[in-house]
Design a protein around this ligand. Structure first.
Ligand code: GDP
Ligand code: K
Ligand code: MG
Length: 269
C-alpha cells in the first residue's frame, strides 16, 4: 500500500483534485480551512494507492493546527509521494510551501493547478523550465475542468515510492555554512536524509523540534552559537533569514520561467 499526500496552500484546489483522483465527493469551499480533518481515499482504479488530503497551509511552521497536522504527517508518516497543489495564479506565494516540502526530501510532484485561469491573463509560465529549475516533475492541470488530471495520475503512479531526485534548494552561502555546521551537530542523532529539515528547523528556533530532539548541553550551546553568529552577520533574526532566503530563491526561479505580457509591450515601445 502506498500513501500519496496532497499538500498545498488553502484554496489551491486540493479538495477538488482529491475528488477527481479518488472519485469522492468531499465538500469544496471557496474559503480557507475547509479541510480541518484530513480525508483519504483510493486513487480511482488503483487499490494500492491511498490519496490523503492534508489541511491547507502556507508554511510548515508549528504555529497553526493545520501546519502542525500537515508537517507531522509528512515528517513522521513519510508518505510515498507528496503532490504539491500549487495555485498557478499565486505562483510566488505557493512556491514558498514547495520549497519547504523540498526541505523534507520526500518524493515530490507539483501539480500546477488553475492553468485555465492563468490562460486568461497576460502571464505565461514555462512549465518545463519550472520543472527543470526545481528538479521536480510539474504538471499543469485544471482540477475544476479535469484538464491533464489523467497525466497527473500517471505521474503519481510512476513516482510513488521512488527516491526524491531533486537537490535541496541552495540558499545564501553564509546561511548554507551555518546549516552545515548545525547538521554536523545532529549527525548520528538524526537520519542523514532528514538532516536538512532538522538543521533548518533548529536554525529557525522551531520550538517543537528543539523540544522533541534530545541534545546534550554542548551540542545545544554549539547550535545556539552558530545561530547567534548568523544573526549578527545578517543583522536579522534567524527565522527571517530563512524566510528571506526562500523568497530570494523563488524570485530567481520565477524570473527565469514566467513571462508577463507587459514584458513584450515594454520592449516594443
Ligand atoms: P482547497 O482549499 O485547496 O481544498 O481548494 P478547493 O478544492 O476547495 O478549491 C477552492 C476553489 O477553487 C473552489 O471554488 C474550486 O471550485 C476552485 N478550483 C479548484 N481547482 C480549480 C481549477 O483548476 N480552476 C478553477 N478555475 N477553479 C478551481
Ligand atoms: K477551501
Ligand atoms: Mg480543501
Amino acid at each position: 500500500m502506498k500513501t500519496v499526500a496532497l499538500a498545498g496552500n488553502p484554496n489551491g484546489g486540493k479538495t477538488t483534485l482529491f475528488n477527481r483522483l479518488t472519485g469522492a465527493h468531499q465538500m469544496v469551499g471557496n474559503w480557507p480551512g475547509v479541510t480541518v480533518e484530513s480525508k483519504s481515499g483510493y486513487l480511482q482504479g488503483e487499490n494500492s494507492i491511498i490519496i490523503q488530503d492534508l489541511p491547507g497551509t502556507y508554511s510548515l511552521s508549528p504555529y497553526t493546527s493545520e501546519e502542525l497536522i500537515t508537517r507531522k504527517f509528512l515528517v513522521e508518516k513519510k508518505p510515498d509521494l507528496v503532490v504539491d497543489v500549487v495555485d498557478a495564479t499565486n505562483l510566488e506565494r505557493n512556491l514558498y510551501l514547495t520549497l519547504q516540502l523540498m526541505e523534507t526530501k520526500l518524493p515530490l510532484v507539483v501539480s500546477l493547478n488553475m492553468v485555465d485561469v492563468v490562460k486568461n491573463t497576460g502571464r505565461r509560465i514555462n512549465i518545463d523550465k519550472l520543472s527543470y529549475l526545481l528538479g521536480v516533475p510539474v504538471i499543469g492541470i485544471s482540477a475544476l475542468k479535469n484538464t491533464n488530471v489523467a497525466q497527473l495520475k500517471e505521474k503519481i503512479m510512476k513516482n510513488s515510492g521512488t527516491e526524491a531526485k531533486y537537490h535541496f534548494p541552495e540558499y545564501d552561502k553564509r546561511l548554507e555554512s551555518a546549516l552545515m555546521m548545525i547538521s554536523k551537530n545532529l549527525a548520528g542523532i538524526i537520519p542523514s536524509q532528514d538532516l536538512r529539515w532538522y538543521a533548518i528547523k533548529f536554525f529557525e528556533r522551531d520550538e517543537e523540534i528543539w523540544q522533541k530532539v534530545h541534545l546534550d548541553a554542548t551540542r545545544k550551546e554549539d547550535i545556539e552559537n552558530i545561530i547567534g553568529t548568523a544573526e549578527k552577520i545578517f543583522e536579522d533574526s534567524s527565522d527571517s533569514i530563512i524566510v528571506n532566503a526562500r523568497y530570494e530563491y523563488i524570485a530567481k526561479i520565477v524570473g527565469m520561467c514566467v513571462v508577463e505580457k507587459d514584458d513584450f509591450t515594454m520592449s516594443l515601445s
